[in-house]
Design a protein around this ligand. Structure first.
Ligand code: FA5
Length: 342
């Protein structure tokens, strides 16, 4: 038995030197320590020995088993280090100054639409104003004629910060400050990201973009509003668009309108994007309420004006025939890369 033990140990030592990768080492483990392995078979053979012999030989076989197991673990670590080194050596040298190779990127489709629409307004003499995404309740609600506890606040359930400020629910939140900053007469648009606690569907997102517009001057009337909205949409779509104007309630305008356009995904025949109505709510508008003018420091006896809230993300849906609004925030490059520009 002693002779067999020595022979197995020698064979193991020789084969161990040759094991140069993880797979070879695993084969070695199976050959010596596996169910039918050389060391395991020694234990099986001991069953036929006398108890007095078994104790002495048992100790030798056990020490062989421990030796083989320990050596395999040690060699395994060496092999892992060698393999890691090989991987590192096969990598290209790291150069911090080299540009990342993520393929060619581009502006997000909403940014593209926003810039295009901004240009159209600039060419019509409007100034383009920026406004923060975090606002206070006065800006978002009170200053535009939505007092605390007004039911209209529920229509725009929002995210409150611990200091009672809110993520703005609509770009109308900037109306008051823009009037205070520029006074009347005024022609301004202010795009921005809006947030609402919504159940999302193919035309509703919790985060979306609007572009607010205000035109204030002497004698500005509903005729100006309607003419302007039509011109704006034909400029944006560069084609005749089916438009529907219907009464709408917003506390900051009087009268107020909902402006819908014929759904461009289904051409008006009805689909999930337009909830089978054939129409998409795109740009509510109306004549600015005198209270809102007053709170903005504008003389409501002298001036009148109109305001609108263009749904920029929905506009992008219609312009680019994107059936589900959630695609825009999906981060899915299969969809977004279609809009990559040179
Ligand atoms: C408003 O937000 C008013 N502040 C608009 C306004 C401004 C009216 C000035 C009158 C005068 P409304 O909640 O309907 O209204 O939103 C305006 C537009 O934003 C909608 O027509 C739609 O195009 C877009 N919109 C609203 N909610 C979402 C949403 N969850 N996801 C995507 N787009 C939305």
């Amino acid at each position: 038995m002693q002779e067999r033990i020595d022979k197995i140990k020698l064979t193991f030592k020789n084969l161990l030197k040759e094991a140069s990768d993880s797979a070879g080492l695993e084969n070695l483990r199976v050959r010596f320590l596996g169910k039918k392995g050389d060391v395991t078979s020694l234990f099986l053979d001991m069953k036929t020995m006398k108890p007095s012999e078994r104790k002495e030989i048992g100790a030798l076989v056990n020490s062989l088993k421990n030796f083989v197991a320990k050596e395999i673990v040690k060699r395994g670590e060496d092999i892992k280090n060698l393999e890691l080194l090989e991987t590192i050596n096969s990598l290209q040298p790291f150069d911090v100054s080299r540009p990342a190779n993520f393929g060619k990127g581009s502006y997000h489709p909403i940014t593209l639409v926003e810039r295009e629409v901004e240009e159209i307004f600039r060419s019509m003499g409007f100034i383009v104003e920026e406004f923060p995404e975090v606002v206070d309740e006065y800006q978002c609600f009170e200053s535009i004629n939505i007092p605390p506890h007004h039911p209209a606040r529920d229509m725009q359930d929002t995210y409150y910060l611990s200091d009672s400020r809110v993520l703005k629910t609509h770009t109308s939140a900037a109306q008051n400050e823009v009037m205070r900053k520029y006074g009347a007469p005024l022609k301004a648009v202010f795009p921005g990201r809006c947030f609402r606690n919504e159940s999302t569907d193919s035309s509703h997102e919790t985060t979306f973009f609007q572009m607010e517009g205000m035109m204030i001057g002497e004698g500005v009337s509903i005729s100006n509003l309607i003419y302007f909205m039509k011109t704006m949409l034909s400029e944006i779509f560069k084609a005749a668009v089916k438009v529907r104007l219907r009464p709408g309630f917003f506390p900051f305008v009087e009268p107020g309108f909902e402006l819908d356009i014929g759904c461009m995904i289904c051409n008006g025949s009805g689909c999930s994007s337009c909830k089978n109505s054939g129409w998409i709510e795109l740009c509510p508008c109306g004549m600015i309420h005198p209270n809102v003018l007053k709170m903005g420091g504008v003389d409501d006896e002298k001036y009148t004006g109109f305001a609108f809230g263009l749904g920029l993300t929905r506009l992008a849906m219609m312009k680019y025939s994107v059936a589900d609004i959630r695609s825009f925030n999906s981060g899915n490059l299969k969809i977004l890369s279609q809009f990559f520009t040179a």
